[in-house]
Design a protein around this ligand. Structure first.
Ligand code: SF4
Ligand code: FES
Length: 250
């Protein structure tokens, strides 16, 4: 395949950035999108140019690092697929592909396609944990949990923290991410002791980080590579309201 790549290049946080155009030839349709970027970078290094900085780690849809905005969609044109699992056969020979970083005030660009997603870590640290002693696997298995609740918690736990929901949202809202993390724990018995405090703290941190508000457009769920459902946002709202109405915090 021969391709024209238009890639966002930005030296650092302060640089205003620009789109650079590159021609690639001989790309195999069986390459992953990141492997195609490896070829681009090898080409740039051989030409004495700076390679494109991009985030990646597991390359198998688990870590949530591969944050590329491809042809106007986070993680590219296919549903339920991360950038690392996207293959070049999803494109056509001769295509022009535009690649940009996630764009959100709370995710500042560090360099090229790499953004700072530490805001998510701070939200998680604010309350996305349990501090009770849960024992070992056999102890967890001895607590009966209704199948439908276990399934819902499992679905929420599939969130990989990639940030595509924020990038897709016109308000750069982090509600889908936060709702997945709150749901995962509030649905299980082990998450009950800190249930109210957790949702209050995580939402407060989300607001402090500068994410926008949710206006129920659903772009987040439509673009989420793990198909996290909007039902979790509804649960987050209920959890938050319940916590605030009974809060003993001043
Ligand atoms: S909710 Fe989906 S899009 Fe958002 S961080 Fe989690 S996996 Fe990524
Ligand atoms: S590199 Fe880990 S999810 Fe894509």
């Amino acid at each position: 395949m021969n391709l024209t790549l238009k890639v966002w290049r930005q030296k650092n946080k302060k640089d205003s950035g620009r789109i650079a155009t590159y021609q690639l030839t001989g790309i195999s349709p069986d390459m992953s999108f990141l492997e195609m970027f490896d070829v681009l970078n090898e080409q740039l290094i051989n030409e004495g140019q700076e390679p494109v900085a991009f985030d990646h780690d597991c390359r198998e849809g688990i870590c949530g690092m591969c944050s590329m905005y491809i042809n106007g969609r986070p993680h590219g044109p296919k549903g339920a697929v991360t950038t690392c699992q996207l293959h070049m056969r999803s494109f056509n020979d001769g295509d022009t592909i535009v690649v940009e970083p996630w764009r959100a005030k709370a995710f500042p660009v560090i360099k090229d396609l790499v953004v700072d997603r530490s805001a998510f870590d701070r939200i998680q640290s604010a309350g996305g944990y349990i501090s009770v002693n849960t024992g070992n696997a056999q102890d967890a298995n001895s607590i009966p949990i209704p199948k439908d609740r276990a399934d819902e918690a499992f679905e929420a736990a599939a969130c990989i923290g990639c940030g595509a929901c924020v990038a897709a949202c016109k308000n750069a809202s982090a509600m889908l991410f936060v709702s997945a993390k709150v749901s995962q724990l509030s649905l299980l018995p082990q998450g009950q002791p800190e249930r109210k405090l957790r949702v209050e703290r995580m939402v407060a941190q989300m607001d402090e980080e500068g994410f926008g508000s949710c206006t129920n457009t659903g772009a987040c769920a439509a673009e989420c590579p793990k198909e996290i459902s909007l039902e979790h946002i509804a649960r987050l709202n209920r959890e938050y309201l319940g916590a605030k109405l009974t809060s003993e915090r001043v």
